[in-house]
Ligand binder design. Structure first.
Ligand code: PEP
Ligand code: MN
Length: 362
């Protein structure tokens, strides 16, 4: 390269560097203004993001982009600039999402949601008998719980394990819950039992093993909406947060009444059954307008860990906690190790409250 070429080359390089820096500075200035706007919106009780307005602006600006930018490259720049002004959580929802925070009012389901009181969702792993369910429902009610859980159809790793009472458990759940003024959450494991479950339950649970069965999740959303019921979507134990929220979009094609449930993911750690991903709770709450609860029992795998995990989840902002309770866990037909003995429920809930109080005092 000749001397004069080298000089021109260096000058152009410096220009590019200067403009790149300016680009970042302008983006930072814009993010600061967006932050102020967000604070004003919060004070006025308005949603932080207005996806429709963002979309309108982005398409207006990119229709005739300053040359030599193309419409496509201008659009890519704006998408990044707009998203980067929002706190970077490493996950984002598509702009068309109907569950994204700001795409509508915060959702409250079964009294569970942002503005509502934290909720206990309690009940046995599996419904085993009317007597068993009644004992747990009474304790749930006395403990201030509002939702009764219990598996009628159980997804089991082995077909030789107890797979639930099936259809027989559904009227039992309804009757016992009604007698104690509780709502019912129970799982539909497939299309063969979906309609029956949706007729009885207040919220149809989609289990961790069905967490990416997209056609099924779509069908649950449709059926629950037709029955005027809600959906509780467990996170798949092998799913990223983005995959979990994306799965929720399938149910959200039909209803906004969806509760997200973090229940632990599979990691290399064998001493807990799953690893409760506490960080997923604030991320899901920040990104979406859906209530987020945590299932402390399936994550813990053993009773002694349920209270600390429940406290951690509530400390991280969970709108409620699901826990398994049984009159006599040693004789339970499923998940013996992790179910709270019914007579220990008051002390375990007191332990959760105590842990939270101590964390606050600290
Ligand atoms: C359950 O809640 O009964 C259950 C089986 O949970 P998960 O799908 O999270 O394993
Ligand atoms: Mn269980």
């Amino acid at each position: 390269m000749s001397r004069s070429h080298e000089r021109a080359f260096e000058a152009l390089r410096r220009d590019v560097e200067r403009l790149t820096r300016r680009l970042l500075e302008v983006a930072a200035e814009r993010a600061a203004v967006v932050g102020k706007l967000a604070a004003e919106k919060k004070a006025a009780g308005l949603p932080r993001r207005d996806h429709a307005r963002e979309e309108e602006l982005a398409s207006a600006y990119t229709r005739c982009p300053p040359r030599p930018l193309t419409e496509r490259s201008a659009r890519r720049i704006l998408d990044v600039v707009i998203d980067s002004a929002i706190e970077d959580l490493g996950v984002s929802l598509p702009r068309e999402s109907s569950i994204a925070r700001g795409s509508g009012e915060p959702v409250v389901v079964l009294g569970i949601g942002e503005s509502a009181r934290r909720a206990w969702i309690l009940g046995p792993c599996s419904v085993e008998s009317e007597e068993q369910l009644t004992i747990v429902a009474r304790a749930t009610r006395e403990a201030g719980g509002r939702v009764l859980r219990g598996g009628a159809y159980k997804p089991r790793t082995s077909p030789q394990s107890f797979r639930g009472l099936g259809a027989e458990a559904l009227p039992l759940l309804r009757r016992v819950a009604d007698a104690h003024g509780l709502a019912v959450v129970t799982e539909a494991t497939g299309v063969s039992n979906l309609q029956a479950v949706a007729e009885v339950a207040d919220a149809v649970q989609i289990g961790s093993r069905n967490a990416q069965a997209f056609d099924f999740i779509d069908a649950v959303g449709r059926t629950a909406a037709a029955e005027g019921k809600a959906v509780l979507l467990k996170r798949g134990f092998g799913c990223s947060i983005a995959e979990w929220l994306s799965a929720a979009e399938y149910a959200a094609l039909h209803t906004e009444n969806i509760i997200l449930c973090e229940r632990g993911i599979r990691t290399f750690e064998p001493s807990t059954r799953f690893t409760l991903d506490v960080g997923a709770i604030p991320i899901a709450r920040t990104l979406t307008r859906l209530p987020v609860v945590a299932d402390a029992s399936h994550a813990a795998g053993k009773v002694g860990l349920v209270a600390p995990l429940a406290a951690a989840a509530l400390g991280a902002g969970a709108d409620g906690v699901m826990m398994e309770v049984h009159p006599n866990p040693a004789r339970a037909l499923s998940d013996r190790e992790q179910q709270i003995p019914v007579n220990a429920l008051p002390s375990i809930l007191a332990d959760v409250r105590d842990r939270l109080a101590r964390a606050v005092a600290w």
